[in-house]
Each structure stands twice: as C-alpha cells, then as structure tokens.
Design a protein around this ligand. Sequence first.
Ligand code: MG
Length: 378
Amino acid sequence: MKNIYILGAAGSIGRQTLEVLKENQNAFHLIGISLGNSHQLNHEILNHFSVELVCLRDSSNLRDYENKYPNIKFVIGDSGLIRLAEYPKPGILVNALSGSAGLKPTVAAIRSGKDIALANKETLVMAGEIVNQLVKEYQVKLYPIDSEHSALWQVLNGEELSSVKKIVITASGGAFRNLSREALSQVTKKDALMHPNWQMGDKITIDSATMMNKGLEVIEAHHLFGLPYDQIETILHQESMVHGLIYFIDGTIKASLSISDMKIPIAYALFYPERRAYERHLELTNLSFKPMDFQRFPLLELAYQVGKKGGLLPTVMNAANEIAVKLFLTDQISFLEIENIVIQTVNKFKNIDHPSLDQIIETDDYIQEMIRKTYEKR
Ligand code: MG
C-alpha cells in the first residue's frame, strides 16, 4: 500500500484522483487531504475515506467538522497546507492546487521527504530550478500529472536524453480555436468555459482558450525534462488524442495516445512503475495536426521568450495571468484584456537572475496585488 496525500482534493484533478483511489482500494492509503468550500462535497469525501489529517480553507465551520469526525485532526488555511505537506509519514503528495498557492506546499513536501505527483504547473513555472535542486538534495521523485507531460515521460522511459531531437506538446486550441482574433473581442465568460475536449477547472479552461496553458506547459516541460526551449515545440491537434511526441535523432518518432481522461495520467503517476488495468480505451479516428499560429496565440510566444529569459519573469507572467483570469471570471475585464495585462506587465518588469524562493513568492504577491488594485471595480 502506498500512502497518498492530496492537496486540492475537492477540485477537478483532486476528485479524479479520489476516483482512482476508490477504484483501487487495495493499492493506496489516503492519509491527508485539503478540501474546498463546498461542505456537501467535503462531507461526501470524509464519509468515504478515513483520513488522518484534513486542511480546511478557513475555521468558520471547524467545530462542526471536529464534532462530526473526532478521529481526524484538522488544520486551517495556507499554514495548514504546509502542515499537511510536512506530515511525518512518507508517501506521494498529489499537488492538485490551482495557481501559485501550490509552490510553498510542494517545497515543504519535498523537504519532508515525500515524492510529488505534480498537477500544479505553477510550481515549476515559478521555481523550476529551485525545485529541481531540492528534488536532488532530498532524493525524492517528481512525477508529472499534466497529460502532455505524462505522455512525454512515458515516451522517454528507457531512452537517453541525448537521443532526443525535439519534444512536441500538443494543444487542442481551447474554446475559441475556430475564431479569428477580431471575433475574440465579443466572447463571454460562458463561451470561454466551454472546452471542446476536456472537463477541467475554470482557471485552466480559460488558460486553454488564451493558449497561456500551453505556454506554462512549455516552461514546465523545460524543467521536467531538462531540454532547452528550442527543442520544445507545440502543435495544434484538435482531437486531444495524441498528447505528446518525441522526435529521436535516428528519424523515429514515438508518441503517446489515449482518451482525454485525466485518470490515466493520474494513475500512471500513482502506480509507477506499474500500470493499472483500466476499461476505457481510445477508438482511433482521423487525427489532424496543424502548425502552431503564434500570431493568433501571442501568450504562447510570450511564454517562450519569458522561459528563455528565466529569473523572475516566469513568475511575473504567471502572476499577471492568474489575477487577470480571476478578474475575467468575475466579469471585471474582457477576454482580450487578459492578454494585454499579461504582455504589458511582463514588458514593464525589470528582471533579475536566480531569484530566491522568497523573492519569487514576494514578486507573485506584489504583481497580483498591483494588477488587482488597478483593474478591480472600475
Ligand atoms: Mg495539459
């Protein structure tokens, strides 16, 4: 039995992770989780799994939870996430938090010797160098849960990095892939939240429509696989069946295909190096591939530039995007303003090389706060 922790257990990836655990009760022991604001969902989870430690968002209903579950220890908020990450039992910590809030708990979990199954791409975008160093220092494993990165990891298994010519990450194109840039000025939040292929949380669904998600994934791939940016390509692939391809120096291309179901990459990380049995399989149909259009998706081009420059810029881009998406989701800015805010913020920022973890976290706070103040309640 492997011990499992889940940060963000009530979110989209978190719930699918819980399903994988339910389907494989004899393989895993769920030790600790962090929950969200839906009490109904929280109770459903706590009634099904007997966990030892739970982190709640805030203390408003703490008494009720403590009375109902006397055998569970409860912790609260951001400091609670750290206590969960540091809990002194070894295991795999699934980080399924959304946004920059995921960084500190990842670092805490590595320092306490836990392996990481990472769905929170911001961890590597903001602090890839530092996290990689910590992974080495504490001799833990870092498994990707992002579908594209899981695909590339699987294709790379048993191969030498020196045999890789380039890696290719596929992009569905998101909700607006068939719209021109002109048409984008009219789109609404509801339109943006309708992803054609994947069922995901709100933030990542918007990031798919702006292609920022693919930009974050390029930076994530750079840190995960240790390849320079000119060996990481992106390609438009509407069907989301091929998730990643690797071109080898001998002319061979290997690809990883599956249905659009996050339970596959989740289970691959949790069961690694074994594979679990699963009923659902891909029916092959026509597959289409188109070169990426950087003019249509300027945030993806920005992500390449920002990734190459490194330092604090990836944190600045991520922070600007995170708060801009929040402002869009609360009807305070238009869809195209997300791009404008991110591009302007990155262009104005004076970068520094090799920032510390504290500098990264302070910059994330500062940028988000600055943009929130400028654009909120106009
Ligand atoms: Mg992905």
